[in-house]
Ligand binder design. Structure first.
Ligand SMILES: [Zn+2]
Length: 314
C-alpha cells in the first residue's frame, strides 16, 4: 500500500503568488516508520523534536535577530530571551500606535515563528536543506505535482478551477503510478491520500473523490486509490510537512528561480522507466515554450498522453 501526503503552496485565487502548486509525496506504507524517524532525528539536531516544520515561516527573515548584537554567539536560552523581549516591546509599541491591522499581523507572525527563534537564519536554512537532502535519498518515494501559472489559466476553457484541476491531475498521476507498479504482480497495491486538515479543502476534496470513484477522473478510472482523503493535523504529522516542503520548493523555483531545494526534491519526481528526463509526475502548466527544468524533463510519453498534456498546452 502507498500513502500519498498532499499539500499546497500559493493560493488558487489570483493574489500575491503567480503560481499555485499542489504536491503529493507517496511512500510505501512499510517505509513510513523509518521516514518519520529520519525526519524527527534531523529536527532533534536543531532542538525542534516534535515541532511542526512549516517551511515558509522557518525561512523568512526575522528582522529582530539582526538587531540583537552578536546574535549567533548567544546561547539558545539567551537567543530566546532576547528575541522574546524584543517582540514583546514591539507588540506594545504597535498597540500604543493604535494600528490594529499591523498589530494583529505582527502578532500572527510572532506566533507562527516562535518555535524557531533560537535558530539563526543560516541554521534555519540548513535545517530545511538537511530535510530536503534526506528526502532526495528516498528512492522508494515518488513526487507528483501540478504547478499552475495562474496568469495562463482559463477556468472556462479548462472547465475547472485551478485547485480542482490540480487535484484531479495529482490523483490521476498517483493512480497511474500504482497501476503501473501493479502490472504483473499477484498481490496488488492500493493507495490512500492524506491531506492537511483545512475545512474548506477537506469538504471539496471529499466530494471530488467520491465523484472520481463513481465516474473516474478525466484521464483514468480509480482502481487502486481507496477511500476519500484522510485529513490530519499537519502540526502533528511529519510527512504532511514533507509535502509542504515539496510544494514550497516547486513554487519558489518557478517564481524566484531558487534551485537549491528544488534540485533535491525534484529527484523524487515520478519518471517513466529509468530515464532522468522523462518526468511524468510533475507538470508546469504555463505558456509554451517554457525552458524550466520541469518542462524540459516532462517529455511527451505514453503516460503524458494519458494525462492529456497535449490538450492543455497553452
Ligand atoms: Zn516550465
Amino acid at each position: 500500500m502507498y500513502l500519498c501526503y498532499l499539500d499546497e503552496s500559493g493560493t488558487p485565487e489570483t493574489g500575491n503568488t503567480s503560481h499555485y502548486v499542489l504536491a503529493g509525496i507517496s511512500i510505501p506504507v512499510e517505509r513510513w516508520k523509518t521516514c518519520d524517524e529520519k525526519i524527527e532525528n534531523i529536527k532533534a539536531r536543531y532542538s525542534l523534536a516534535g515541532e511542526e516544520i512549516h517551511v515558509a515561516w522557518i525561512l523568512r527573515s526575522y528582522p529582530e535577530q539582526n538587531k540583537i548584537a552578536k546574535f549567533e554567539t548567544l546561547s539558545t536560552a539567551d537567543r530566546i530571551q532576547q528575541v522574546t523581549s524584543f517582540r514583546n516591546a514591539e507588540l506594545l509599541r504597535l498597540q500604543r500606535a493604535r494600528n490594529p491591522k499591523l498589530y494583529q499581523q505582527t502578532k500572527k507572525n510572532y506566533r507562527k515563528t516562535v518555535k524557531y527563534i533560537h535558530l539563526t537564519q543560516k541554521e534555519r536554512q540548513k535545517l530545511i536543506y538537511d530535510i530536503a537532502s534526506e528526502v532526495s535519498t528516498w528512492r522508494f518515494a515518488r513526487l507528483f505535482a501540478e504547478c499552475v501559472n495562474k496568469v495562463c489559466f482559463d477556468p472556462i476553457r479548462q472547465k475547472a478551477t485551478v485547485d480542482v484541476q490540480s487535484f484531479e491531475q495529482v490523483v490521476s498521476r498517483f493512480e497511474h503510478f500504482i497501476q503501473v507498479t501493479n502490472l504483473g504482480i499477484t498481490h496488488k497495491h492500493c493507495g490512500m491520500l492524506i491531506h492537511d486538515n483545512n475545512e474548506t479543502v477537506a469538504k471539496k476534496h471529499t466530494v471530488l473523490m467520491k465523484k472520481f470513484h463513481r465516474e473516474g477522473t478525466l484521464w483514468t478510472k480509480l482502481n487502486c486509490i481507496i477511500e476519500t482523503p484522510l485529513f490530519v493535523n499537519s502540526e502533528l504529522t511529519a510527512m504532511v510537512q514533507i509535502a509542504d516542503l515539496c510544494s514550497y520548493s516547486l513554487r519558489r523555483y518557478l517564481e524566484n528561480s531558487e534551485e537549491e531545494l528544488f534540485d533535491l526534491i525534484f529527484q523524487r519526481a515520478d519518471r517513466k522507466g529509468d530515464s532522468v528526463s522523462n518526468v511524468v509526475g510533475i507538470r508546469h502548466y504555463t505558456k509554451r515554450p517554457c525552458t524550466c527544468k520541469i518542462c524540459n524533463a516532462h517529455k511527451k510519453s505514453e503516460a503524458a498522453k494519458l494525462e492529456n498534456i497535449g490538450d492543455n498546452s497553452l
